[in-house]
Design a protein around this ligand. Structure first.
Ligand SMILES: *[C@@H]1O[C@H](CO)[C@@H](O)[C@H](O)[C@H]1NC(C)=O
Ligand SMILES: *[C@@H]1O[C@H](CO)[C@@H](O)[C@H](O)[C@H]1NC(C)=O
Ligand SMILES: *[C@@H]1O[C@H](CO)[C@@H](O)[C@H](O)[C@H]1NC(C)=O
Ligand SMILES: *[C@@H]1O[C@H](CO)[C@@H](O)[C@H](O)[C@H]1NC(C)=O
Ligand SMILES: *[C@@H]1O[C@H](CO)[C@@H](O)[C@H](O)[C@H]1NC(C)=O
Length: 950
């Protein structure tokens, strides 16, 4: 809706005629701007920086009316319009092409100069999407009393909104949204607003209104002309809603967006939807998403607003309400205009009713992230205007109806599930040409199913789809074995995920060539694709390439550097040869490199890291030799390094601790590294996984370990992750490899805390400082030459799940405090010189496998033999050293009983924590859901800005 186009074709003709007439009278001399105004503009410009220079490049000479961003009144010649805004790409695909010429933002900085006041006839001022950091909206703006349009949104203004804006009595458009730059502006009192009686459009999104009490509503209610009201994310809470409202003046209101406020426990719905008031009856667009609304009432009441064309109730919790309840309200309306229904993440639990077809005009239907069950009704084919259908992450099942294929307007079809949620779509059956027969508009298609390969794509070999997809996401559905021919007609693809699709053979080259000019994301992981890496084409936009878990062989071509890749995963293939030395040009843009589990050899290139923007580097389980390259210290943004399972030699450089401040994961396991463990490692405040096991490290364990903040105070967010990258890390724990991952913000990996220094030549004592690492989950110091006692305070490490101190020379008694480790499921103290009585109690009783204590000749007590002097000495003491008593039936029975008990309890120990971790995952997931699009956009904008600055 554009409120500012009042012209009808007739008036435009008249304007043109007048303009012509005017130009004729002024033959030869196009009116140039007023000198005073020109000077004012130049002064204004002087106080701004324009980093790219594009904004002000035309601001030279006398014709200021022709300068970029300036318009003058045709009649008077006065400057009437100043527009220095930046525009943002709105679709995610376009966000990607941010750096292209289409969007050429230049963020103005520094100060707004009052010289603007000389522009007495300014009616239109747009400074939106700039970066006036840490500056308040200047008071003097309130003196530009001719303004009818003022847009200062998202320009990093902070602080109090000056009440002097209340003098702009001619305003009919006011946008002060500050949400996308962190929402740090506020207003204590909206009294100033009530003077703006001509206001038609008001946006105070992100402005903190928490201290306005209930008065905010009364002041807004004084604006009888208001057509659009946006108060999203204003920190308004339930107590700021009056229990009732005498009269609602906003009778013209068409658009109301109060999303992202906290109306938990408020009386919100009762007066708002009250039919008798009929005040908001003209409302066409309502956004109440993310307002912590609860209960089944709202779905029933919302149907009172018969004129609604779009309704967003996403990210609330309607406690298992059904879709039919929403529909029952609207079925009383004489005419149903609903075009957009966003009910994502609403706690809906029902089938999709066949009567959904009553929303005849529906264009957007988003029911994702609910608990809908059953299959898609055939009647879906009647929603002939449907452009977007999102059923992702529900509990739907069954086959997908062919009637979907009739939705000729459908642009986005989302049927995916996700691996990290308790809700799974379980599609079955076969997808044929008929399912797509009339989908001529389809651009974006996402499908995945919980049970791999239960949904099968079965199209004739010569089928040419009616659509040209831009994004495609097909996961765990059978599309192979051959690379589908229908896919080869899809030449407009920019974002391709075809993961775990049973595809073998090679990728058709001519298809790659056709998509190469636009594609930016390729994920063909978890297939059986063979051949050389498909990198012979130039992919000017490719930023993310994921070919992990395939059968690619051959070498990594140096041409990979021509591609400006951001993330690269070639994990688990059969690649050979050296890592291209020519990569020195790559490192300035690559953020993620995972070439682990291949057969790569040679030295890690010394060019690595000059310059460097790497965040994740995984070269583990290859045949790399040589030393850790010195130049890696330039990669100061690194958070995850895994170089384990190679043949690296030399020392562990101390700069890892001093230069790579953000390091969270350091894995150098199974190499030939030697020398001391540098104490500088202790300054890595975010480190939570340190694996130096199976090397030749000597010397003592640094005593400064208690400086590893993440392991002392627990992991603190925010966590970094890449939306487009599925980070995987293999952790060896309890003797088995466990694969952890971070995907789409479901961070299991960030909860893993691990120190593994096993199988080295470390000597000296176990430093007592280790007992400060109360967030530590796994500790493995086995197979070293450690001496002295087990630190007595080891019981402080309450999160410990596994402890392995075996095969050292530890002596003295096992500290009693070890029995307070309630999560302990794996303990190994064997082969030391420990003595005395094994502590008892709590979780220790479940760890009754004697072998975990064996090889300590002076140790006694359960589950080993009884200690001397115990009142009822055992007749058949279990002697682990000689094992003779295994012949004894009772002993045998006892042994097996304890093993079984140990297993059962141990099993629950492990699973218990997994279950716990799952709930953490969901908690985080929910968080991302709630904020979903807005956060994603904010992040995207930040990244885009950041990229421009680099
Ligand atoms: C209008 O401007 C005058 C002078 O700048 C100021 O004193 C007054 O407070 C303003 N009025 C409002 C409603 O802000
Ligand atoms: C909003 O303002 C209130 C009161 O001034 C303050 O307590 C609160 O922290 C602010 N909220 C944010 C997110 O800044
Ligand atoms: C409605 O608006 C008028 C003038 O704009 C104002 O006088 C009146 O108090 C408003 N009503 C309420 C209930 O706020
Ligand atoms: C909302 O109400 C419930 C039950 O009346 C109460 O347990 C809960 O603490 C309330 N929440 C808030 C934020 O007031
Ligand atoms: C496809 O759509 C066209 C027009 O939208 C319609 O005429 C035709 O019958 C449809 N075909 C099928 C198979 O639904």
């Amino acid at each position: 809706m554009d409120l500012y186009v009042y012209c009808n074709p007739h008036s435009r003709l008249i304007v043109r005629f007048l303009l012509l007439f005017y130009l004729c009278l002024n033959t030869g001399s196009v009116k140039s701007c007023m000198e005073e105004e020109r000077q004012a503009l130049l002064t204004f410009k002087q106080h701004l920086t324009d980093p790219s220079g594009s904004k002000f490049s035309s601001w030279v000479g006398h014709e200021c009316c022709r300068w970029r961003g300036i318009s003058c009144n045709d009649r008077t010649g006065h400057v009437s319009k100043l527009d220095l805004s930046n525009t943002y790409p709105t679709s995610s695909v376009d966000q990607y092409y941010w750096n292209d010429t289409e969007y050429d933002p230049s963020f103005l900085r520094v100060k707004l100069n009052p010289s603007l006041l000389a522009l007495k006839h300014l009616t239109y001022l747009d400074l939106s999407n700039n970066e006036f950091q840490e500056t308040h909206i200047p008071n003097f703006i309130g003196q530009l009393t001719s303004l009818s349009y003022l847009n200062l949104s998202n320009s990093y203004f902070s602080g109090e909104i000056p009440p002097s804006l209340g003098n702009l009595s001619n305003l009919n458009y006011l946008d002060l949204n500050s949400y996308y730059n962190g929402g740090v502006s506020y207003s204590k009192n909206l009294n100033w607003l009530s003077h703006l009686s001509s206001l038609k459009y008001l946006n105070l999104g992100g402005v903190n209104l928490s201290s306005t009490g209930v008065s905010w509503l009364h002041h807004v209610n004084m604006l009888p002309s208001l057509l659009e009201l946006h108060l999203s994310n204003c920190q308004i809470d339930g107590n700021q809603l009056p229990l009732s409202l005498e009269t609602v003046n906003l009778t013209s209101l068409l658009v109301l967006d109060i999303s992202g406020n906290y109306f938990i426990n408020s009386s919100f719905p009762s007066w708002f939807f009250n039919l008798s008031k009929l005040s908001l009856i003209s409302l066409e667009h309502l956004d109440l998403s993310g307002c912590e609304l609860r209960g089944q009432l709202i779905p029933k009441l919302v149907g009172n607003l018969c004129k609604l064309k779009s309704l967003n109730l996403g990210s609330n919790n309607f406690d298992g309400a059904g879709i039919s309840e929403f529909m029952s309200g609207f079925s009383n309306c004489s005419y149903n205009r609903m075009e957009s229904l966003y009910l994502s993440s609403c706690g809906l639990a029902s089938e999709m009713p066949a009567s959904l077809g009553m929303f005849k005009h529906l264009q957007h239907l988003d029911l994702s992230y609910n608990s809908l069950w059953g299959s898609i009704p055939d009647s879906i084919g009647n929603l002939s205007s449907l452009k977007k259908l999102d059923l992702s992450r529900n509990r739907m099942n069954g086959s997908i109806p062919k009637s979907l294929g009739q939705l000729s307007e459908l642009v986005n079809l989302y049927l995916s599930t996700d691996e990290y949620s308790p809700e799974h779509n379980r599609w079955q059956g076969i997808l044929t040409e008929a399912h797509f027969i009339n989908l001529t508009s389809l651009e974006s298609f996402r499908v995945s199913t919980e049970q791999p390969m239960s949904l099968i794509f079965k199209m004739a070999n010569d089928w040419v789809p009616p659509f040209k997809l831009r994004t495609m996401y097909i996961v765990s559905c059978r599309v192979g074995p051959a690379f589908p021919t229908w896919l080869q007609s899809q030449t407009q693809l920019v974002d391709i995920t075809l993961r775990n699709s049973g595809i073998s053979g090679t990728i058709p080259e001519d298809w790659l060539m056709k998509i190469s000019s636009r594609v930016y994301h390729i994920d063909l992981s978890y297939n059986q694709i063979r051949g050389k890496l498909p990198l012979q084409y130039r992919f000017p936009h490719l930023s993310s390439l994921d070919l992990r878990h395939n059968h690619f062989d051959g070498t990594i071509p140096p041409s990979i550097c021509d591609m400006l890749l951001y993330t690269l995963s070639l994990r688990n293939n059969q690649l050979t040869g050296e890592f291209p030395q020519a990569w020195s040009t790559c490192w300035s843009h690559l953020a993620v490199v995972d070439v682990s589990h291949n057969n790569l050899s040679g030295n890690i290139p010394s060019s690595l890291g000059i310059p460097c923007s790497l965040r994740i580097l995984k070269m583990n389980n290859n045949k790399f030799g040589g030393e850790i390259p010195f130049s890696l210290q330039n990669c100061s943004e690194l958070w995850d390094i895994d170089l384990g399972g190679n043949s690296l030699t030399g020392k562990l450089p101390s700069w890892i601790g001093t230069k790579l401040h953000g390091l969270q994961i350091l894995q150098l396991r199974s190499n030939f590294l030697s020398g001391h463990i540098p104490k500088q490692l202790c300054s890595l405040q975010r480190l939570h996984i340190l694996d130096l096991g199976h090397n030749n490290f000597s010397g003592t364990i640094p005593t400064c370990l208690n400086n590893l903040t993440s392991l002392v105070t627990g992991l603190q967010g925010p966590w970094s992750y890449y939306r487009s990258y599925y980070e995987q890390t293999t952790i060896i724990s309890k003797g088995t490899e466990l694969e952890y991952s971070i995907a789409d913000g479901a961070p299991t990996l960030i909860h893993v805390t691990n120190i593994d220094l096993s199988s080295n030549n470390l000597e000296g004592e176990v430093p007592k400082e280790i007992c400060s690492l109360i967030a530590l989950g796994n500790l493995n110091l086995s197979r070293n030459q450690l001496t002295g006692k087990i630190p007595s305070m080891i019981g402080n490490l309450t999160q410990l799940e596994t402890v392995d101190l075996s095969h050292n020379y530890l002596s003295g008694e096992i500290p009693q405090s070890i029995s307070s480790l309630n999560f302990l499921s794996h303990l190994n103290l064997s082969c030391n010189n420990l003595s005395g009585r094994i502590p008892t109690g709590n979780q220790l009783q479940t760890l009754d496998d004697p072998s975990i204590y064996q090889g300590n000749p002076s140790l006694c007590g359960f589950p080993l033999n009884k200690c001397p002097g115990d009142d009822t000495p055992s007749e058949q003491p279990y002697q682990a050293e000689d094992g003779k008593d295994h012949e004894n039936d009772n002993g045998k029975l006892g042994f097996y009983t304890s093993v079984v008990l140990g297993f059962v309890i141990g099993f629950w120990g492990v699973c218990g924590t997994l279950i716990l971790k799952r709930s953490w995952r969901y908690a985080y997931f929910q968080f991302f859901d709630n904020m979903k699009d807005k956060v994603a956009l904010a992040i995207a904008l930040k990244i885009a800005r950041y990229q421009r600055e680099v």
